[in-house]
Design a protein around this ligand. Structure first.
Ligand code: SIN
Ligand code: FE2
Length: 218
């Protein structure tokens, strides 16, 4: 396999884009943190709380594999969505949030005008070719004044940024390796999702895309 079969390492790095009033896209912001993130995922988080396919309240299996780290973990099951202290798979606490995760999330929030973001939860989403995330709002959190910080690793994906109501037409935004999106305030409850991932290879994540979503759940 030759190197040019792999996707490139970040696009428009250093650029920042604004959508609406408070949706910020920091191109390549996570690139300096990548090696440490991958190491923590591989050595600490995934061995302790493995990726799994959760079930939606409607009874369907998610196409995205998920796990969590931090004080709380986001779960979906037949009984609905919740933030849980324990991983139901292991009956133990979720893995600690690595210091480098916290540093990255806080730096991105600070850069976009959210000075005191202290996430207590990080959802880890792994997309394979064909995996998708339907349009939804992040609204299971108690304190909606805290932003969402979302980090993209590996294969590029198309992010759908909708409005505050489901019917509003979504804008398509290409997300590449190392991109960080931060949204909050007036835009905190915007609908969003990910189109089915195209089959590709990335030098860091191979055949998948990884997304880290940092939130203040409590
Ligand atoms: C999510 O909204 O839960 C995930 C978004 C993404 O994968 O970029
Ligand atoms: Fe979300």
């Amino acid at each position: 396999m030759t190197l040019d079969m792999f996707e490139q390492d970040g696009v428009n790095v250093g650029q920042s884009e604004l959508y609406g009033q408070d949706v910020h896209l920091l191109r390549g912001f996570a690139l300096p943190y990548i090696d440490d993130i991958i190491m923590a995922l591989t050595l600490q988080i995934k061995p302790q709380s493995p990726l799994r396919y959760m079930t939606t309240p409607g009874g369907y299996s998610m196409s995205v594999a998920m796990t969590n780290c931090g004080q709380r973990g986001w779960l979906t099951s037949r009984s609905g969505y919740c933030y849980a202290v324990l991983d139901p798979l292991t009956q133990k606490h979720w893995p600690d949030m690595p210091a480098i995760f916290m540093t990255l999330a806080q730096a991105a929030a600070y850069r976009t005008g959210f000075d005191d973001f202290i996430p207590d939860s990080c959802l880890i989403n792994e997309y394979q070719a064909g995996s998708k995330m339907s349009l939804h709002q992040d609204k299971d959190e108690a304190d909606l004044s805290a932003p969402i910080v979302s980090v993209s690793l590996g294969i590029s994906a198309t992010f759908l940024l909708g409005g505050l109501v489901r019917e509003e037409k979504a804008v398509r935004i290409a997300l590449h390796h190392g991109d960080v999106m931060v949204w909050g305030r007036a835009d905190r409850l915007r609908f969003h999702g990910i189109l089915p991932l195209k089959s590709a290879l990335h030098s860091v994540t191979k055949d998948c895309r990884i997304n880290l979503t940092f939130r203040k759940a409590l």
